[in-house]
Each structure stands twice: as C-alpha cells, then as structure tokens.
Design a protein around this ligand. Structure first.
Ligand SMILES: [Zn+2]
Length: 341
C-alpha cells in the first residue's frame, strides 16, 4: 500500500494556464526578500499539519485524544480565523505564504496547472539551502508543490485536464461552485491518500530525510462534513480517524528526538456548518471562518492559551521563525510571538 503511494513531484503537470498566471516548471521559483532571521529558531525541524474542515469545538466533541494531548502540552488558540473565501486552496495558499487572498489572488478551488508565483514556506526553506516535504490528500495542492522548492511530494496524481476556471468572488458562479463542491465530496479521490496512508508515508520518509519543514494535509473531516454535515456523528468519527493518524505522526516525532527538537503546528483551512463552509451563504456564521491553531515545540509553555484571533496566514512566518529562518518581507502574516517568548 505504502509503496503504491505516489511520489508525485515528477507527475506534476507541465505548462501554464491562460486563465491564471502561474509559474511553469521551467521558471525559477520566486525568491523572497527575507527579514532578518529571528533569534528564536529553537527547533531543528517544523511540521505544519492541516486537518481540512476541522472546527475547534469538534476536538472535544470527537474526544480526539492526540489533539487534546497536544493542546495540553503546548499553545492553543480556539479563535483563529481563516480568510475569505473560506475554501481549501485559497486558505491553504494563505497558510503557506503568509499572504491574505487579495495579495495571492488564488480565488479558485480546483486543480490547475503550473505553480503559485509567490514565495511559500517551501521556497524560503529552499532559498536557505534546506529541504522540505509535502504530503497531501487533494490534487489541487500540486499548485503549491513546486518541485524546484519541495524535495519530497506525496499526493494524488495531477489530473490530465484542468477543470473550467472558477472564481469564488463572482456571485454569478457561486451556486455552480457549491454544486460542484458537493459532487466532489460524494466522489472523493481515494487513491491512497487517506489520513492513515499519509501518516504511514510520513513515518517512513521523515526519520530518514532531513526535511527542515514538512506539510501534511488530511482531508476526511471536510469530505464527511459536506456529505453528512459538520458536527454530525459521521463527521466526528472522521475527526477521530484523523486524530488516530495524527497519533502516528506524533509517535514518529517522539521516536526521533521528540518535541525538544521538532516543533508542530496543527491547524485547519476553514470550519463548517450544515453541509458547507461558504461565508457568502451565511456571512454571519462564524463557524465557517473559525479554526483551531495548536503549537507544540521546544520552549513552548504547556497550557498556553491565546485568546486573540490569530490569522491563518500567521502560520507561515511562525513556522519559519520556529526553525530560525527569515520571514518574507511585506507579508500580511505575523509571527505568533506568544509561542516564542
Ligand atoms: Zn477545505
């Protein structure tokens, strides 16, 4: 099974897309002007784990033991906020660039060819001569997995054809986009990218490779949320299943130097309510926009609670700071200083 997981860096699509300006594989990766490296850098390695569609209140409701254990041993913000549009690819682009949506302009949520033309945590790590890895469960993430920046990529293969263009800002498209998303949730890509598969792939590769930064994405809570409803028993079971996979990830860290050497951020791309997470359907529904943000690592005080509203794009600069790398100048995201004091 594990061997059949796709090492997909070489499978990423070739060519650019007329609708969206994107880097072609032959283009050089964007170089960031880095603010001076912070003095912190207590961790040798950092992991960013994104659990797609995880609501903060689902952690307790699902009795998610791994997540609850991490919250107890590190910093936790239950009031972090994602961006608008609160959809997967735009939100993850913010998480991994430190940019708000108007700056990165990723307003679509499907696979498309080429690569993001902005610095990411991966490009900064590469620029600093270190290595990184991405393990993800949805093919659209290839857009963030520029093989010139990311050394190890596991995910579903890039599709042969890009779907029609999407723009979540366009009210005329929104009904159709919702319909497409609901259909996609009924027919998930199950080619070896369950949380368990990805956690096993991580555990096989991570100890043997000196990845300074690793990103892991688990998809199940979002998928089941669309199918059965957020906070439904089935959704909570999906959260519990991802929590077990996360347990394998944290056990691998423990067996390889533990959280004295590695820092971990666990967060999400959006919440959800009913069967959706679209802010434009219910603009006042805070459950769409509120996400958990957990950080464990060397020097981070157990039980630290952050009451303010962290932004999803604070994740990128904080991850870089945790391993002592500079942060791209001029981004919207700011280092979460509470965890570094
Ligand atoms: Zn999502």
């Amino acid at each position: 099974m594990r061997r059949r997981l796709l090492l997909a860096a070489c499978l990423a699509a070739i060519g650019s897309c007329a609708e969206y300006p994107a880097l072609r594989p032959e283009d050089p990766p964007p170089e960031a002007e880095l603010d001076a490296p912070p003095v912190w850098g207590r961790a040798e390695r950092v992991l960013i784990v994104s659990i797609d569609g995880l609501r903060p209140d689902a952690i307790e409701a699902a009795n998610a033991a791994t997540l609850k254990g991490l919250i107890a041993r590190g910093a936790y913000c239950a009031t972090a906020q994602t961006i608008r549009p609160s959809v997967t690819l735009p939100s993850h682009t913010s998480m991994l660039t430190g940019l708000d949506a108007p700056r990165h302009e990723v307003y679509w949520n499907s696979y498309h060819r080429g690569y993001l033309p902005h610095p990411t945590v991966f490009s900064v790590v590469a620029q600093c001569g270190r290595k990184s890895a991405m393990l993800f469960a949805k093919d659209k993430f290839h857009f963030l997995a520029n093989p010139k920046c990311v050394d190890y990529v596991v995910g579903p293969p890039a599709p042969d054809r890009a779907p029609p263009p999407e723009d979540y800002r366009d009210p005329a498209q929104q009904e159709d986009l919702i319909r497409r998303q609901r259909e996609a949730a009924l027919h998930p890509d199950e080619r070896h990218t369950t949380a368990g598969d990805l956690a096993h792939a991580f555990s096989a590769a991570w100890p043997r490779n000196a990845f300074a930064l690793t990103f892991l994405h688990f998809r199940e809570p979002d998928e089941i949320g669309h199918r059965r409803g957020w906070m439904s028993p089935e959704y909570l079971e999906a959260v519990a299943a991802v929590d077990r996979a996360l347990g394998l990830v944290t056990a691998t860290v423990e067996q390889n130097g533990g959280f004295e050497k590695t820092a971990l951020i666990v967060t999400s791309d959006h919440g959800g309510s009913g069967r959706d997470h679209y802010w434009f359907l219910q603009p006042m529904q805070t459950e769409h926009l509120t996400i958990p943000w957990i950080c464990v690592g060397p020097g981070i005080r157990p039980g630290l609670r952050i009451e303010r509203a962290l932004r999803i794009y604070d994740t990128a600069p904080t991850a870089l700071a945790l391993i002592g790398l500079g942060v791209p100048a001029g981004i919207e995201g700011a280092v979460v200083e509470e965890v570094l004091r």
